[in-house]
Design a protein around this ligand. Structure first.
Ligand SMILES: Nc1nc2c(c(=O)[nH]1)N[C@H]1C(S)=C(S)[C@@H](COP(=O)(O)O)O[C@H]1N2
Ligand SMILES: [Mo]
Length: 279
C-alpha cells in the first residue's frame, strides 16, 4: 500500500475509534467536528493515491462516513415530536425489530432544510415521466381515488424504529394506475420540498401498504412529519418516505435521490441492513 493510502487508512481508523468512544458523550457536537476534520484530512490525501481501484475504494469509505455524519447532524438538529402518541418500546414479537434498530416511544422529526408552511390547499402532486397520462392532483383528487388505512412499523437508518404507526392515505398503486405507466417504466424518483428526493423501484412503490398519507395515528398528519401529504414506504428505511411530496417521476432506470447520491443504499431494506451502498 502506498504511503498516502496508509495515511488515509489510519485516519479512518482514528475516525472510527472517535465515533465509538463518542457513544457515551452527552454533547455530540465536538465529536462531529473532530470527525469532520479527520475525514476531510483523509480526503485531502486521496489525490496522492496512485492505484485507481484503491483510490476509489478509499473515496467510498470516506464518503459513507461523511454521509453518516451529515445524517446524524440532521437527526440532532431536530428533536422528537412532542404532540404524537407514545409508541410501544418493547415489541410483543422481537422479530419485528430489524437488526441494529432500537425502539423509540416518541416520533423523531428528521429532515434536511425547513418544513414548508403549507395548508391542504397547497398540495399539488405531479405524476410524470414515463406515463401515458401526466397527472397533477390536489388533495381532494387524491382522496377521491381512494382512502385506506395501514398500521405499520417505521424504521429510520439512524437506528430508531417506531412501532404501530397507523397511516391513512391513498395507495400509490392506485394513483399510478390512473397515470398508466409506460411499459419501459421500472423505477421512480419521488421528490419533496424543498429539494429532497428518493429513488424506488416500481415494485417497491406499488406495494399494498405504500401510501400517500394525510393522517397518522388518527389525526391529520402534522407539518413536521410531512403534512399535508407524505409518502410512506414502511418496508424500506425512512429516508424513502418523502415528506411534503410534490412529484413522482417514472423512469426506465434507477436514478439516485438525495441520500442515495450521498452514499446511502439504492434499495434500503432494513431487514438486510442496506444502509449504505455496498451493504
Ligand atoms: N422532504 C423530505 N422528506 C424526508 C426527509 C427529508 O429530509 N426531506 N427525510 C427522510 C428521513 S431520513 C426520514 S427517517 C423520515 C423521517 O420522517 P419523520 O420526520 O416523520 O420521522 O423522513 C424522510 N422524508
Ligand atoms: Mo432517516
Amino acid at each position: 500500500m502506498s504511503e498516502a493510502a496508509g495515511r488515509i487508512a489510519a485516519l479512518l481508523r482514528r475516525a472510527d475509534d472517535v465515533r465509538k468512544a463518542a457513544a457515551s458523550r452527552r454533547d455530540p457536537a465536538p465529536v462531529r467536528e473532530q470527525l469532520a476534520r479527520l475525514l476531510s484530512e483523509a480526503r485531502s490525501h486521496l489525490d496522492e493515491v496512485e492505484e485507481a481501484d484503491l483510490r476509489l475504494e478509499l473515496a467510498g469509505s470516506i464518503a459513507r462516513r461523511v454521509a453518516d455524519l451529515d445524517h446524524e447532524e440532521v437527526a440532532t438538529m431536530l428533536g422528537p415530536s412532542p404532540d404524537v402518541a407514545v409508541a410501544p418500546t418493547t415489541a410483543d414479537d422481537p422479530s419485528r425489530v430489524p437488526p441494529g434498530q432500537h425502539l423509540t416511544a416518541g416520533f423523531p422529526v428528521l429532515h434536511v432544510g425547513r418544513a414548508p408552511d403549507w395548508g391542504e390547499q397547497d398540495v399539488r402532486l405531479t405524476v410524470t415521466g414515463l406515463v401515458a397520462e401526466r397527472l397533477v392532483l390536489d388533495l381532494a383528487a387524491l382522496r377521491a381515488i381512494g382512502s385506506v388505512e395501514r398500521t405499520r412499523d417505521f424504521h429510520c437508518v439512524t437506528t430508531w424504529s417506531r412501532l404501530d404507526n397507523s397511516w391513512t392515505g391513498v395507495r400509490v398503486a392506485d394513483v399510478l394506475a390512473r397515470a398508466v405507466p409506460k411499459p419501459a417504466a421500472t423505477h421512480a424518483v419521488v421528490s419533496g420540498y424543498p429539494a429532497y428526493s428518493a429513488n424506488l423501484s416500481l415494485t417497491d412503490l406499488t406495494a399494498d401498504d405504500v401510501l400517500l398519507a394525510w393522517m397518522h395515528d388518527g389525526a391529520p398528519l402534522t407539518r413536521e412529519h410531512g403534512g399535508p401529504l407524505r409518502l410512506v414506504v414502511p418496508h424500506l428505511y425512512g429516508w424513502k418516505s418523502v415528506k411534503w411530496v410534490t412529484e413522482i417521476r417514472l423512469t426506465d432506470r434507477d436514478v439516485r435521490g438525495y441520500w442515495e447520491e450521498r452514499g446511502y443504499h439504492d434499495l434500503g431494506d432494513p431487514w438486510r441492513e442496506q444502509r449504505f451502498r455496498g451493504d
